[in-house]
Design a protein around this ligand. Structure first.
Ligand code: F6P
Length: 344
């Protein structure tokens, strides 16, 4: 078959591992031919693609980012977008599309499938919040990076007797904050699923200072709501899927904590460091398993379905199901955070 791949939305360590495995199995086992559309759905609209071969994908599974580049392009919102996409896919004689992306990118895959395009999906996000799958690749790498940062901040916070607030990514769900906060031994872990209670945060920090630990670490997810201000945005600009750019809650929270508690407080925003660099071994392996499953889905004509991890198995579900809601932290994870907190 002639198959096209594309990567859409925020990049994620492990994307190249998916591309590598799908191309390798497709060529070696099925005799497929591949192209990659560049810059996500934009490459489809602009008919911008490159051939993908065993040679030019060799070794890419070790690299972060995406060799196909990415964009947030909403074909549904672009006048004539559907016609253009159909025309380019036909002109390139593409019989199947493998789309690597999060819920926004996959909402376009779903739309194209409803309009006759043969496509399957692979879930992607460091936020780990896609429904129906136990893990997305990129999440493990992001958690490792964030945990290392939290680890490092302990000593400088201790030296200066300070509170330091560490802002991590996580737009709708607090998976990164939960994992890096707990693994990194933060005193306070704040996730978007729960309202922030500043008095409680300050009480938890006071416990440290009253018990001989003269510093405190707070991990906060970018998507958390402050009691009065709500979410903190880095810019009022909205992307083509209607999302504002979140950033700055760490700094805003640090100011509130300092004002309320009197403890000197600083903040650091880990931002895109969490998405950069080489994927962990776990993400390389998970990405390759998703890639192998995706090319099998193509040959089984599982159009409109997305690969998912269930326990230790890779299987697939309808894209519609995966994008219907976000997978968020629930009581089991809130209990872990709560049970590790100081008793105040
Ligand atoms: O969706 C993944 C994510 O990393 C979010 O956590 C974050 O809000 C967003 O992407 C940042 O996107 P951008 O790279 O466009 O600023």
């Amino acid at each position: 078959m002639r198959v096209a791949l594309l990567t859409g939305g925020g990049d994620c360590p492990g994307l190249n591992a998916v591309i590598y495995a799908a191309v390798r199995k497709g060529i070696n086992h099925y005799g497929d031919e591949f192209i990659g559309f560049l810059n996500g759905w934009r490459g489809v609209l602009e008919n911008d693609s490159v051939p993908l071969t065993l040679e030019n994908t060799d070794g890419i599974q070790l690299r972060g980012g995406t060799i196909l580049h990415s964009s947030r392009t909403n074909v549904k919102k672009i006048p004539g977008g559907l016609d253009k996409a159909q025309e380019v896919i036909k002109a390139n004689k593409i019989e199947a599309l493998i789309v690597l992306g999060g819920d926004d990118t996959q909402s376009v895959t779903q739309y194209l499938c409803e309009n006759g395009i043969q496509a399957v999906g692979v879930p992607k996000t460091i936020d780990n919040d896609i429904s129906g799958t136990d893990a997305t690749f990129g999440y493990d790498t992001a958690v490792s990076i964030a945990t290392e940062a939290v680890d490092r901040i302990h000593t400088t916070a201790d030296s200066h007797n300070r509170v330091i607030v560490i802002e991590v990514m996580g737009r709708d769900a607090g998976w990164i904050a939960y994992a890096s906060g707990v693994a990194g031994g933060a005193d306070v872990v704040l996730v978007p699923e729960k309202e922030i209670d500043i008095d409680h945060v300050c009480a938890l920090l006071k416990y440290n200072y009253d018990h001989g630990k003269h510093y405190g670490l707070v991990v906060v997810a970018e998507g958390c709501h402050l009691p009065e201000e709500g979410q903190v945005t880095g810019s009022q600009q909205v992307d083509s899927f209607g999302h504002v750019r979140l950033s700055g809650i760490g700094e805003a929270l640090a100011e509130l904590i300092e004002k309320k508690s009197g403890y000197e407080t600083r903040s650091v925003n880990l931002g895109h460091t969490q998405r950069g660099g080489v994927p962990t071994a776990y993400d390389r392996l998970l990405g390759q398993r998703y890639g192998l499953h995706a090319i099998d889905m193509v040959h089984q004509k599982k159009w409109g379905r997305i690969a998912v991890l269930r326990g230790v198995d890779i299987t697939d579900i309808p894209i519609k199901e995966a994008i219907a809601t976000n997978r968020r932290l629930d009581q089991r994870f809130f209990d872990v955070i709560h049970d590790l907190e100081a008793k105040v």
